[in-house]
Ligand binder design. Structure first.
Ligand code: ZN
Length: 236
């Protein structure tokens, strides 16, 4: 662990408060039938290319099913608007709690449902499997999950900055905390949830605030160059 002396910390804060950093917005758990289109409107107005890590279970019936077609229509629009679609796996489970067979199925299943849309990027729900652990048993599970992610054709994309928009108790301080984290981490990938009404209601003012502080919105390939590729055919 690295500690700043008081003087160093002071200098650090002075420097970071005036510096401009690159950021990329990511939205997990969608699409949501009414909220995601509002997110797309805002991103369009603000000329920002984001990434949507979608859950495969929303698309279970395919395009032929009247219940799932509207979810595809949202992806269609997101793609046309220049956004990146990544996988958030099929259902929102913590893969560390499941067997290798179940993990394999949950990670592979969205690929065929979403093959026209997915870029080769995936974010595990809760990041479950993507962290490292000192506990050898947990680390063995992490390795198992991450090997399956890799063999399924994906680069795993974690976040640098968690907005904590899912946590009502964080809402009061969300934006100041977001800005201070952008400085602290010198920009990076920001985690939001497009199925959260609070996020959708405040997104425009947060974006304007981030821009107002001089930071620059980048598309995902600025941080993850591979994201510009398509999912390899062996991934199916
Ligand atoms: Zn999630």
């Amino acid at each position: 662990m690295y500690y700043f002396t008081n003087n160093e910390q002071q200098t650090h804060q002075e420097v970071t408060s005036s510096e401009k950093y690159p950021v990329h917005l990511t939205f997990d758990d969608g699409p949501h039938l009414t909220l995601t289109p509002k997110v797309l409107d805002i991103l369009n107005e603000e000329d920002i290319q984001a990434t949507f890590f979608v859950l495969g279970e929303h698309f279970d019936g395919g395009k032929a099913n009247v219940k799932t077609l509207p979810f595809y229509n949202i992806l269609e629009r997101a793609k046309k608007d220049g956004h990146t679609i990544g996988s958030h796996t099929y259902s929102h489970i913590n893969h560390l709690d499941y067997s290798e067979t179940d993990v394999h199925e949950n990670i592979l299943k969205p690929n065929s449902l979403l093959k026209e849309y997915l870029s080769p990027v995936l974010r595990l729900p809760y990041g479950g499997g993507a962290f490292t652990s000192d506990d050898p048993l947990v680390q063995a599970k992490n390795t198992m999950v991450m090997n399956i992610v890799k063999h399924a054709g994906f680069t795993h994309v974690l976040w640098d900055i968690d907005s904590r928009d899912w946590d009502k108790e964080s809402h009061g301080n969300l934006f100041p905390s977001l800005l201070s984290n952008i400085s602290k981490f010198k920009g990076g990938i920001i985690l939001f949830h497009d199925a959260q009404e609070y996020t959708v209601n405040h997104l425009r003012e947060w974006i304007k605030g981030i821009k107002g502080n001089g930071h620059v919105f980048k598309s995902i390939d600025y941080f993850i160059p591979l994201a510009a590729n398509t999912l390899p055919s062996e991934a199916f």
